[in-house]
Design a protein around this ligand. Structure first.
Ligand code: GCO
Ligand code: MG
Length: 402
């Protein structure tokens, strides 16, 4: 079997997606998600100009070898752009292999370990009353787990809170908008939000919260400790995690579980966090963390430390990543939860999906491969639009983490 060609499809049905399509001499093709929010064209160029010419002629069945070819072989290893490209190649190759064997991807990853995939929804509100109401709506929709973000009194911007009643989308057309932030206002307010939510909805619903890299280590320790009575499923990215040792400080003070890694891209970002058991959930998604081949190793390594997966699943990852994640989550033993932020309906004009949400869980069907297809004619109707993530400054103007 040989790879005969490959191409990159960029489209923007409501938001940008980059898709790699690899063709073979057996008439079977594979799809991989190469979307890196706000940096889409960097990955597309890297794939088109550097990776695709080297892929042609290779045997697509040799996934492990091809993975190392694009990881070790390029010398400038790691980094978000190149790992996103490696991930897309890897996903497309697994798609080809499973289609060739006429079986759903999860069968090649160990088969079924569970019947359904627990997911968490996003919920937010401009103020506490709206937030409580919106959490209730998600519970009514059947969700068993809800991520809660809330506007902070005195702050014009809070991470994850939709503006003008639109649904929250992590990207904005044009140049990055600037947001303003004050951690002390946030820290004083947010534990009270969870206290109220527990009062209203009781203790059964799983609650999650994304700190989005905005606390110092000691601030994060305070937050984790103050949230402890409300038994969160996790807090995510409590600190910007370049200084991984800082997680020790949080652990010394709290048993609130911690999820980290949506901006990571290899197992080396996790070694200290696993071996010292400084986190509980892996956020690194298949499309940024080296694809299925690498995440299998990461998940296996994590399993020895009783750490589970909780993959990133925001709308800036395409339906291909979500479907691939559902296969992966079906197969591994140490699955924890999957983020599920449904794409806008218009996305389904381009991507034909094979999964559904029902009563708090997701299900993937048994079509061969990853099971998602792309309609290229429809994709061509939605040309690329420049869109960027916001940047964030402290209220005195100091540049900060978004
Ligand atoms: C999450 C995230 C996202 C990111 C986004 C950036 O936990 O879902 O933090 O919403 O901000 O994916 O592109
Ligand atoms: Mg996050």
């Amino acid at each position: 079997m040989k790879i005969t060609d490959a191409k990159v499809i960029i489209c923007s049905p409501g938001r940008n997606f980059v898709t790699l399509k690899i063709y073979t001499d057996q008439g079977i093709y594979g799809l991989g998600d190469a979307t890196l929010n706000g940096m889409e064209k960097s990955v597309a160029t890297y794939l088109t100009d550097y990776c695709i010419p080297a892929l042609i002629g290779k045997d697509p069945r040799n996934i492990e070898d091809i993975w190392h070819y694009f990881y070790r072989g390029v010398y400038w290893r790691r980094g978000a752009v190149s790992m996103c490209a490696v991930s897309a190649i890897d996903m497309a190759l697994w798609d080809i292999k499973a289609k060739t064997l006429n079986t759903p991807l999860y069968n090649l990853l160990g088969g079924r370990s569970r019947d359904k995939i627990l997911v968490y929804a996003h919920s937010n509100g401009a103020n506490i009353d709206e937030t409580i109401e919106n959490v209730g709506k998600k519970i009514d929709e059947g969700y068993k787990a809800v991520r809660v973000q809330c506007g902070i009194p005195g702050l014009s911007d809070a991470y994850g809170v939709a503006k003008e009643k639109k649904s929250y989308e992590p990207a904005h057309k044009g140049l990055p908008p600037e947001e303003k932030w004050d951690t002390s206002l946030y820290l004083n307010f947010i534990p009270g939000v969870f206290e109220k939510i527990r009062e209203v909805y009781g203790s059964d619903v799983h609650l999650l919260h994304d700190v989005h890299h905005r606390c110092t280590p000691v601030e994060a320790a305070r937050l984790a400790k103050e949230l402890e009575p409300f038994h969160l499923f996790w807090i995510e990215d409590p600190v910007a995690c370049e200084l991984q040792e800082s997680l020790r400080l949080i652990r010394q003070h709290s048993t609130t579980p911690i999820a980290i890694g949506e901006v990571f891209n290899t197992v080396y970002d996790y070694t200290l966090l696993f071996t010292e058991q400084l986190i509980d959930y892996i956020r690194m998604p298949l499309s940024h963390g080296g694809g299925i081949t690498h995440l299998q190793k990461v998940a296996a390594f994590a399993s020895f430390y009783h750490i589970a997966t909780g993959f990133h699943g925001a709308t800036d990852l395409s339906p291909i990543t979500l479907a691939a994640a559902l296969h992966f989550n079906t197969a591994i033993n140490n699955f924890g939860i999957q983020e599920y932020m449904p794409h806008q309906k218009i996305v389904n004009e381009v991507f034909k999906i094979n999964y559904k949400f029902e009563n708090g869980f997701m299900y993937i069907d048994d079509s061969p491969g990853i099971g998602v297809d792309i309609d290229e004619t429809a994709a061509a109707r939605f040309p690329y639009v420049t869109a960027r993530l916001p940047v964030n400054r402290k209220s005195d103007g100091t540049m900060f983490n978004w």
